[in-house]
Ligand binder design. Sequence first.
Ligand code: NAP
Length: 416
Amino acid sequence: MPQFDKIKIPADGKRIAWKGDALEIPDYPIIPVIEGDGIGPDIMRAARRVLDAAVKKIYGGLKKIAWMDIYAGDSAAARYAGNVLPDETVAAIQYYHVSLKGPLTTPVGGGFRSLNVSLRQMMDLYACVRPVNYFAGVPSPVRAPQKMDVVIFRENTEDVYAGIEWAEGSPEAVKVIQFLKDTFGTSIRIDSGIGIKPISITGTKRLVRMAIQYAIKHDRPSVTIVHKGNIMKFTEGAFRDWGYEVAREEFADQTITEDELWSKHDSKIPSGKIVIKDRIADSMLQQILTRTDEYDVIATPNLNGDYLSDACAAQVGGLGLAPGANIGDKVALFEATHGTAPKYANQDKVNPSSVLLSGVMMFEHLGWQEAADAVVAAVGKTIRQKKVTYDLARLMGDIDPLKTSEYATAIIANIT
Ligand code: NAP
């Protein structure tokens, strides 16, 4: 067990542990929580109130989250002599296995690109999981937003977002350009910046495996591999091929390909089977608009997933309602998908739904499905009552917005 300096372990909680292949969830699980910078304290306070109220309502006193504050970003700098990502924060996330996190400021000109990316990479949280579905009453730019119901599994550790790049004119960029020219005869303009896009069998297969396992567990009819393999054959194209390989080699009894669906099953999905299909990324971005309900679980390399996650979220009313999680083999970190919106910090104004619904995903991960369902139903009812924060109020028209804390209170009142 790690020794902590500033982190206080809640006396009434117990650690979530792994027992074989399954998480062992105590009734009072210790959940480390990073409040976050900017609007983080406002939204996390509201989310914790709602999550606690749901657990109390659903389980009486039998279950309870034992929140354990841990620190990153501004809250860490104040306590750890300027260190924005203390070792004990990382140790706590690893040791306790399931954590919740608010948004963190990306330090400008620091030694790393982003605290969020650092956390994912340090703990090998290789899948960024983003469910996107619609709450009735939320203003949407499309005619049938209710058709959107996807869960995106976006690879988190590879592709261009692995961050291997060199600035134009840097000795490294010049050296790489020269090396490629001397060794392979390539001609890259000398005034180019260079980025490396690695996609591996290991990174691809574990991501697609997680997506297929999710589809099986949640009775989803299809998994779509989204790639740009027509242009990038040995990275994106390989992602598609290795994705199909996982399905064929590890899930032969549970999956069929789209080709087989047409050629052998007269386009009717046989019971108990999941269809594995693939789409080229540009086509997928139009398909998700025009044939929204044909897509369920999506597995994609990092950059496609980045575009697709936000495009899907936009169809159902934007990022304010979009939850997310970063998941590895042992550790899961649930987090708001938006940033710190610093201009709204400490105004009790913004929408806490993203981090709240990330908490719902966390409940599902713990197997607390009844509490998860209760929060989703209460959020839906609150929005239908037009009790919303400023962001949705301004889109809905003539509505007085609620404060963050008032919105949380309204949701709590709707938990049944
Ligand atoms: P942002 O913080 O997401 O804010 C952009 C705009 O989105 C806000 O001005 C606001 O729009 C709207 N918004 C964001 N969160 C909202 C909420 N909870 N409720 C209602 N509206 C919300 O993006 P940013 O300004 O580009 O980034 C600020 C900082 O956050 C940066 O340091 C960035 O690196 C960091 N960031 C962190 C994460 C993360 O921790 N995962 C993710 C993204 C960005 P209006 O102005 O129109 O009201």
